[in-house]
Design a protein around this ligand. Sequence first.
Ligand code: NAI
Length: 273
Amino acid sequence: MSYNLLKGKRGIIFGALDENSIAWKTAERVHEEGGTFVLTNAPIALRMGTLKSLAEKTNSQIIPADATSVEDLENLVEKATEILGGKLDFVLHSIGMSVNVRKGNHYTNMNYDFTTKGWDISAVSFHKTMQVLYKKDAMNEWGSIVALTYMAAQRVFPDYNDMADNKAYLESIARSFGYFFGTEKKVRVNTISQSPTPTTAGQGVKGFDGFIAYADKMSPLGNATALECADYTVTLFSDLTKKVTLQNLYNDGGFSNMGVSQQVMQKFVDEQE
Ligand code: NAI
């Protein structure tokens, strides 16, 4: 279903790696809604070559950028406004990576060089992106910036490791930068806190299958899919949400307000019988 919600709007979409990526689904939905955009990812991720098919499908160009490099981000924003023919209306930050998780380091046994690297990629890159957009005055008034996060920023999920801390930092950046972007440029900044989703980043979390099944059984509406996250992002990019800013918005089927569900409880009842 398409409603032309983003007709005439221009933007940048970070983080589409393959067709499971939340950013991939978002690019497809934004395209369907009439938005135009530049796709970007880290040069190393682009070597896989899969992004080309998304670019073709959505009539967009790809500009490589390591989101931890201010120089790359400056080049990206300059080129994107040139290619798209004007200032931007939307930006999706869909980037996350923990080196400690990748290397199998437990939360109580971190390598702090890895911690710093993961924090830079997963959290500070959002500040860097916004600072470049802000300094270059590259956003149109009533534009919208969205980053993706997870509820481990608020509650304990032991295997989420240092990504929990990175997400807490990311959500704080959204509020802090959102204040300046709002008062000075009328641009809104929000984070979407998404259900566990089977993507490359998601499946990197230890015990992901249990994690996703538990969340699904706890949520009255079940887990939100990547496509449902894309749909929510489209509404935040549209003019229908102009006064929504500085928010962390849950797209999780209700999980974040649950104590226990009957389905989960039943498992323990069954065990005792
Ligand atoms: P994904 O693995 O498809 O996307 C992560 C992206 O980050 C990849 O495209 C990767 O190339 C990019 N990236 C890594 N380092 C980068 C760098 N230095 N510069 C630029 N890009 C870089 O996985 P997914 O799940 O689509 O992740 C998107 C966002 O959604 C992340 O912020 C993730 O934490 C968040 N999220 C994911 C959930 C899940 O269960 N999959 C749940 C809640 C939030």
